[in-house]
Design a protein around this ligand. Structure first.
Ligand SMILES: [Zn+2]
Length: 367
């Protein structure tokens, strides 16, 4: 009896040692992986300025301007500009309202772009960075001059580039809620400041919030996109995040963008994936953001989505959509995708290489 008991104990001990050795191996592997990503120069090509400035800095910027905030308590304010849990698409976009308000002056935009570009390099070794923002939504209903807003944003970015080896550029955003004239103005300003650091145009905005956004169709801005393309600006469009593949088809057939913001809805449509592949339209995927907006249900859903993109050879990149608001980092996204076996290291390296390559900072290079 004693013999059997001793044997069971030694067996349990051996198993314990085996598990401990495995744990050490896993920890070493994780350390190797995280060290590996630390030394990797990353490219972020889909991040919003409104979501790329820390709550502390937003608080400082607001107070520098004497702006009346919804709360005088910093910790309550932090909750208003960050997302701790999955909330859904419209609620996610509502967070923009306050950050846009805080960034609505030339001085605020200078500080915002300077901080966003600097911290992208310091925190994540991002050396290729595209930041997008909407100047009209930062004009306090037309009170602020758009040229002042844009020039100060460019200067903030340039100042950060003096301090850190980052190649950065700005994308001006059109909006689903805007009139055609307002969207035309965005493109006119992008063309005007093309030689100064504006590298492309985008389309975004809530889908159901206003009457105009409810009836908006992507082809409404065809003339704007044509004009931007004529002046060799990059074109990217938010679609296929929570919108249907019908809208993605309309975007691909009419607007023919270089890249698509999110675009993950395509995985349900083989024909659409084949078009993206053949036209080399690159998806700017944002994994954690898709969990926050509930565009993806969970990690399993995410794994399935990337697997389908890989099977159909749809080109994609990895981005954050806005690190500070979501309390994430681009490097952390790479690590998360690796640790959950969503993508392999080789696939992640390919995505990063592609992001550097298709950046509008290198307009003219094709994949
Ligand atoms: Zn976005």
């Amino acid at each position: 009896m004693l013999f059997f008991l001793k044997q069971r104990i030694s067996l349990a001990h051996a198993k314990h040692e085996q598990k401990a050795a495995l744990d050490v191996h896993q920890t070493k592997k994780r350390m190797f992986d995280s060290n590996f990503f630390v030394s990797l120069e990353l490219a972020e090509i889909h991040t919003h300025l409104g979501f790329s400035v820390s709550p502390t800095m937003l608080w400082e910027i607001a107070h520098n301007q004497g702006l009346r905030l919804p709360t005088k308590n910093y910790f309550e304010f932090e909750k208003l500009v960050t997302m701790y849990e999955s909330k859904g698409y419209e609620e996610y976009l509502m967070l923009f309202d306050l950050t846009e308000k805080i960034q609505s002056s030339p001085e605020a935009l200078f500080l915002a772009t300077e901080t966003a570009v600097s911290s992208a390099y310091r925190k994540n070794n991002i050396t290729t960075l595209e930041l997008r923002f909407n100047p009209i939504l930062r004009s306090r209903s037309g009170e602020r001059d758009l040229d002042h807003l844009i020039v100060f944003a460019i200067q903030g970015m340039e100042r950060a580039m003096l301090k850190y080896p980052v190649n950065a550029g700005l994308i001006l955003m059109m909006d689903r809620r805007f009139t055609l004239r307002e969207n035309e103005i965005i493109v006119e300003k992008a063309i005007k400041y093309k030689s100064r650091g504006i590298i492309g145009v985008d389309l975004a905005g809530p889908i159901h919030r206003t009457e105009s956004s409810k009836v908006f169709r992507p082809k409404d801005i065809l003339s704007c996109v044509r004009e931007a393309r004529k002046h060799e600006l990059g074109v990217t469009v938010h679609t296929g995040e929570t919108t249907s593949t019908d809208e993605m088809w309309e975007v691909v057939n009419n607007l023919r963008p270089d890249r698509i913001g999110h675009g993950i809805a395509c995985v349900t449509d083989e024909k659409l994936m084949n078009i993206l592949k053949s036209k080399r339209i690159v998806l700017e995927t944002c994994p954690t953001s898709n969990l926050h907006t509930k565009a993806l249900k969970n990690i399993d859903h995410m794994r399935e989505m990337y697997k389908t993109l890989l099977q159909h050879d749809v080109p994609f990149t990895i981005n954050t959509d806005g690190p500070e608001m979501q309390k994430i980092s681009l490097r952390g996204e790479y690590q998360m995708l690796l640790e959950h076996n969503v993508l392999t290291k080789k696939e992640l390296l390919t995505a990063n290489k592609l992001a550097h390559k298709v950046s509008f900072l290198k307009k003219g290079s094709s994949i």
